[in-house]
Design a protein around this ligand. Structure first.
Ligand SMILES: *Cc1c(COP(=O)(O)O)cnc(C)c1O
Length: 246
């Protein structure tokens, strides 16, 4: 079990490295984030003790449940799930340093308000729905630049880039189009020189499509199943608004 996990981590690091080399990129440019939904604190700990440094949950409930067990192991914690405004307090309490799933202004405003009260700041990525699938969260690509401009005015939020979930498809070129769209949006936003906006981070690519994402400029791949194995719940449980209980 433990050996499998360490082996899988090595495999993923090699996949990242090879994809970088193939496209002439420096492997240090691409971070590995472990998507830890449904994974026990014990197994996450093994990953953290064997080179992983960055993890993320989709649900506040899981973040909360694992917090005590993980708080003494050095790591960085992001949030990648649909965030309801009534859970903002918890995100801050349980040490999330970056919300990658910021996709609407009312959430940004409430997050900002709470942070100002607590005298804190947080990093955010703007999640864009590049696949056009209704079941996925994220701002519509046509509205992404406006959202960035609005969020940029909120003092406690530090925009660091964009995040997307690519189309689920065996057709690589359709998946690639999602990543290209995110990269183009990044370039457009950079060209507008919006104050208080940094665009260095492109969080895209998962277990099945990380090579394509790296070819298109990903700086952070989010990997779950390829390291921890298959999950008990279908992804719709995490990504479909109708089924999101959080
Ligand atoms: C689960 C999840 C991932 C990882 O997906 P895998 O296919 O298991 O690698 C990446 N991003 C988000 C937002 C997720 O919810």
């Amino acid at each position: 079990m433990k050996e499998d996990l360490i082996h899988n981590l090595n495999l993923i690091n090699n996949r990242i490295k090879n994809a970088c080399i193939k496209t002439g990129r420096n492997p240090n440019e691409v971070k590995l984030l472990l998507a830890t939904k449904t994974v026990s604190a014990e197994r996450i700990k093994i990953a953290l003790e064997n080179g992983a440094t960055l993890i993320a949950e989709n649900k506040v409930q899981e973040l909360k449940e694992k917090y005590e067990d993980l708080k003494d192991v050095s790591h960085e914690n992001h949030f990648i799930g649909h965030l309801q405004t009534n859970k903002i307090k918890d995100i801050l309490k349980y040490g999330v340093s970056c919300v990658q799933s910021l996709d609407r202004l009312d959430l940004a405003e409430k997050l900002n308000q709470r942070l100002l009260q607590e005298g804190k700041t947080i990093e955010v990525l703007i999640q864009v729905n590049t696949s056009g699938e209704e079941s996925k969260f994220g701002v519509h690509p046509d509205q992404a630049v406006d959202l960035v401009k609005d969020v940029a005015k909120l003092r406690a939020l530090k925009i660091k880039g964009l995040m997307t979930i690519g189309l689920f498809s065996a057709e690589t070129e359709k998946v690639r189009a999602c990543f290209k769209l995110l990269k183009n949006l990044q370039q457009e936003i950079i060209s507008q020189n919006i104050p208080n906006v940094h665009m260095q981070e492109l969080s895209m690519g998962m277990s099945g499509d990380l090579e394509t994402a790296i070819e298109e400029g990903s700086t952070m791949v989010r990997v779950g199943t390829a390291v921890f194995g298959a999950r008990m719940y279908p992804d719709s449980y995490y990504w479909d608004e109708n089924k999101t209980v959080n």
